[in-house]
Design a protein around this ligand. Sequence first.
Ligand code: ADP
Length: 168
Amino acid sequence: MRIAVYPGSFDPFTNGHLDILERSLKMFDKLIVAVLINPNKNSLFASSKRIEMIEKVSAKMENVEVSQFDGLLVDFCKKVGACSVIRGLRAVSDYEYELQLATINKQLAPDLETIFLMSSAHCSFLSSSIVKEIARYGGNIEPLVPANVGEELKKVFNTKFTLKKKPA
Ligand code: ADP
């Protein structure tokens, strides 16, 4: 069974993440979305909430599991029996960090391959940070995130933020 891990902060999970998840599912028997618990990172959503949101998004997808990890990614991959790590690449700006990560992981675990998927054109500008900024100031994030994530963002930015309908 070919298992891949798709790691990230997912704070929160966007349509860009969903695009990568759906496309990588075609290549593997099982995908584990692994939410990074990083106490040094100032996240908007607790890891338990991030996991809950991704579980809802992937509820109807077969062969997707949502998990969390801290410590080394390579150790988590070994534990779950994964042969690959999936990462998304948007712009050149992603490249340097991703190269560093993939190279270090290769050194730590030579059998583990990192697979990069280029972002689909309609998601290439999309990041969790951008979504949070738009939501914070009451902009329409409906086209950018799954519906349940939009609802959670609405709750967080309660007073300022309303979900607007897309024009017909
Ligand atoms: P991290 O904190 O590890 O960068 P993110 O949650 O920001 O985690 O992203 C997880 C992975 O998803 C990364 O590989 C990132 O490049 C990728 N990703 C994020 N947004 C997009 C997008 N819009 N299109 C393609 N890949 C994306």
